[in-house]
Design a protein around this ligand. Structure first.
Ligand SMILES: N#Cc1c(-c2ccc3ccn(Cc4ccc(CN5CCCCC5)cc4)c3c2)n[nH]c1N
Length: 240
């Protein structure tokens, strides 16, 4: 997979060099390019914003630099343009899987009050465009959202996570939250590890984890429980 990110704050994307994303890049599983939008400005002040037509607060990002940036990065299309925005569809694990299947993504990081809509409309003539929101709260710009989405997407790429099993069991992978986790010591500040986890009885351990996961989901995310396919619940779950 190749990911390109266009931003006026390239240093914000420094974390894309670190940890598992950095390892994915080093191992050739992922190519990443971070580009300063101001490369595509031509005035002495390297201007990327202007006042909004129709009035309103703040400034809007000018279309010209974005148009030239996307022309340079994807002259023939061949990528999905992902644009973080408060007005986007909410990002989810399902969307992470969809985006992880793309050969190439270009993330457009807006600032100010957003990017001139014509940039997205024009790009849509040669590539799919997806406007995405992290959730119902307001950020200063798209960079943080891109870091979150890149982490969620890259960890799904084959070969990135050593133990593929962890993908199957994690929250939002099978519609319920995961069970609590524990490690040594067996007791810590008066808190013991649940005895069953040290019993070696893998059948009972799996059942305990299932019960804990359903309990947590019922307590914290009843919306997920309501959306569960009844087919994945067995009669013992119903008794819970
Ligand atoms: N993903 C994601 C996000 C973002 C996000 C993503 C990308 C950009 C680019 C710029 N901003 C700042 C901003 C802040 C408020 C408004 C709304 N204004 C209201 C008054 C009239 C004008 C529009 C627009 C733009 C961004 C915010 N916020 N929250 C998420 N989950």
């Amino acid at each position: 997979m190749r990911i390109d990110v266009v931003t006026i704050f390239p240093e914000y994307l420094g974390p894309l060099d670190l940890s598992l994303i950095g390892k994915a890049r080093d191992s050739g599983l992922l190519d990443v390019g971070v580009h300063d939008l101001r490369e595509w400005t031509h005035d002495v002040h390297r201007t990327v914003d202007d006042t909004p037509y129709g009035g309103g607060p703040g400034m809007v990002m000018r279309p010209e630099p974005w148009g030239e940036a996307l022309d340079a990065l994807a002259p023939e299309g061949g990528a999905r343009l992902v644009v973080p925005t408060p007005a986007g569809q909410v990002f989810s694990q399902a969307m992470a899987h969809e985006l992880a299947a793309e050969p190439r993504l270009i993330f457009a990081c807006g600032r100010y009050e957003g990017i001139d809509q014509r940039v997205l409309d024009h790009a849509a003539s040669r590539m799919p465009v997806t406007e995405v929101s992290l959730g119902d709260y307001v950020l200063f710009g798209g960079e943080v959202a891109v870091l979150v989405m890149c982490e969620a997407i890259v960890r799904l790429l084959p070969g990135v996570l050593g133990n593929a099993d962890s993908l199957a069991e994690e929250s939002h992978a099978n519609g319920v939250l995961e069970a609590p986790v524990f490690t040594k010591p067996p007791e810590w500040r008066g808190h013991p590890v649940p005895e069953i986890l040290r019993s070696g009885d893998h059948g009972r351990i799996a059942r305990w984890r299932r019960d804990e996961a359903l309990l947590r989901t019922a307590q914290r995310r009843p919306d997920l429980l309501a959306a569960l396919d009844p087919g994945i619940l067995d009669k013992r779950d119903v008794a819970l």
